[in-house]
Ligand binder design. Structure first.
Ligand code: SAH
Length: 441
């Protein structure tokens, strides 16, 4: 057995035919039961391990085999980093067509547990009892949990408390099949710097029975909760948040600090989930941007302006664009609070706003992009290339779309030498990567 798929399954070749086997590791000798066969590949179940990989470890989480949240806990952390590097190399070659590219070893964590500052936990019911936990793999059935070993202990305490209170007061959990019930998700955010916690209760309707008791119990039991919000999502959808958010108690935002800059974060704004590795990632992006103080910079997909404000300290001016309006409100507030005034933030889709900026004559020296998993739209890539910046720094949470977009940009006259993966999501198969592309000639 040689490889892992992008979602962490082992690839076993049976007479050359690839079969994906969950929790099988490269180098192992195993018995597999083939359970499903498709044209190009099949799926198998791991029955017995005859020779285990030296990298195999006992997964510490008691519900690891059922929960779909993590998929690499059975692999040592060193092994995980090695696999992630291979995964990035693989897509760079296969999707990007880059054969002479250096993919550096993944920058990992010293302690790869309890790192998440954010939890988004689905709530439901099982035999009349409230349950809360992540979905089983490729399903919408909730695996009830007491603890999640990649999130902070405060987050466990709050999930358990909300469950207990909902059971006690008869607040119904949401049933996504029947589209019935009250409580859909508990979303928790924690500031690494202050330990302050924001709790967001996502409900199907505005009415939240026993609201006062909930507030009293949560603030009484977990004193570092500084904000309790309610988000109302009446739609039949997988998207967690609805349009409306109200403050039930305390502050409407939570504050955190990265490398000396303070950030105000609203319930719905994007904020990196691994604060330790965020510093490593941003440091790398800043290095690649190689600013001297005179540059005009665009930070596209800027969220609450995190990367923009770091760049602004070393640039002449930074233009940030982001599609979520409250995130841009946060970004503007963050600039002000940190006395940074050489930034301009705009709400809009990068693929629409960038061509417009280009038509207005904006000519950046450096462009930094940090798009969601699907990567950049073609209109965005075209606008970037048309602006002819010296450097494009690309931060990506999906190496496959990164490789695709790099290939496109390389056809537009940009060259690339190296990619630096950063492990933002230990125990899962996700990997972040950052690279810089230079304009030729
Ligand atoms: N750079 C930020 C945010 C990165 S996450 C940080 O490090 O914190 C990607 C961001 O892109 C999210 O804030 C998301 O709301 C935004 N986004 C998604 N699609 C977009 C689009 N088409 N145009 C602009 N922003 C978009």
């Amino acid at each position: 057995m040689a490889d892992l798929t992008h979602d962490g399954a082992g690839v076993v070749k049976i007479d050359g035919f690839p079969v994906f086997v969950k929790q099988a590791l490269p180098g192992e000798t195993i018995d597999v039961k083939v359970v499903k066969i498709k044209k190009q590949y099949g799926f198998g179940k791991l029955i017995k391990i005859h020779v285990a990989s030296p990298e195999r470890i006992e997964p510490p989480c008691p519900i690891y085999n059922r929960c779909g949240g993590c998929s690499l806990q059975h692999l040592s952390y060193e092994g995980q980093l090695h696999e992630k590097q291979k995964q990035v190399m693989n897509v760079m070659e296969r999707i990007g067509g880059f054969t002479h590219l250096t993919v550096h070893p993944v920058k990992g964590m010293t302690d790869p547990w309890r790192y998440r500052n954010k939890s988004q936990v689905p709530v439901g019911e099982e035999q009349g009892r409230i349950i809360a936990g992540f979905y089983a793999e490729r399903s919408h059935s909730i695996v009830d949990m007491e603890a999640c070993l990649i999130q902070h202990e405060d987050q466990d305490r709050i999930v358990n408390l909300v469950k207990e209170l909902a059971n006690q007061h008869g607040i119904r959990g949401y049933d996504d099949q029947k589209h019935k019930g009250v409580l859909r998700h508990v979303v928790i955010r924690r500031s690494r710097i202050s330990g302050d916690v924001m709790v967001v209760l996502v409900t199907k309707e505005q009415a939240l029975p026993h609201k006062e008791q909930l507030i009293q119990a949560i603030t009484g039991e977990v004193p570092n909760v500084t904000s309790i919000m309610q988000n109302i999502n009446p739609k039949r959808t997988n998207v967690i948040f609805g349009d409306k958010t109200v403050c039930l108690w305390g502050e409407e935002t939570i504050k955190d600090r990265i490398k000396g800059i303070e950030f105000v974060i609203s319930a719905k704004s994007f904020y990196q989930v691994n604060p330790v590795q965020t510093e490593v990632l941003y440091e790398q992006a800043l290095n690649y941007a190689a600013l001297t103080g005179s540059e005009k910079v665009i930070d596209a997909y800027c969220g609450i302006g995190t990367i923009s404000l770091f760049l602004a300290q070393k640039a002449r001016h930074v233009y940030g664009v982001e599609s979520v309006a409250p995130a841009i409100d946060d970004a503007k507030r963050n600039a002000k609070a940190n006395h940074i005034d050489n930034v301009t933030f705009a709400v809009g889709e990068a693929e629409t706003l960038m061509p417009w900026w280009y038509s207005q004559g904006l000519d950046p020296d450096v462009i930094v992009v940090d798009p969601p998993r699907k990567g950049c739209e073609t209109a965005m890539l075209d606008a970037m290339a048309a602006m002819k910046p010296e450097r494009i720094v690309y931060v990506s949470c999906n190496p496959a779309t990164l490789a695709r977009d790099m290939k496109y940009l390389s056809e537009k006259g940009y060259t690339v030498k190296e990619v630096q993966p950063v492990d933002m999501f230990p125990q899962t198969t996700h990997v972040e990567a950052v690279t810089v592309m230079y304009r030729e000639g």
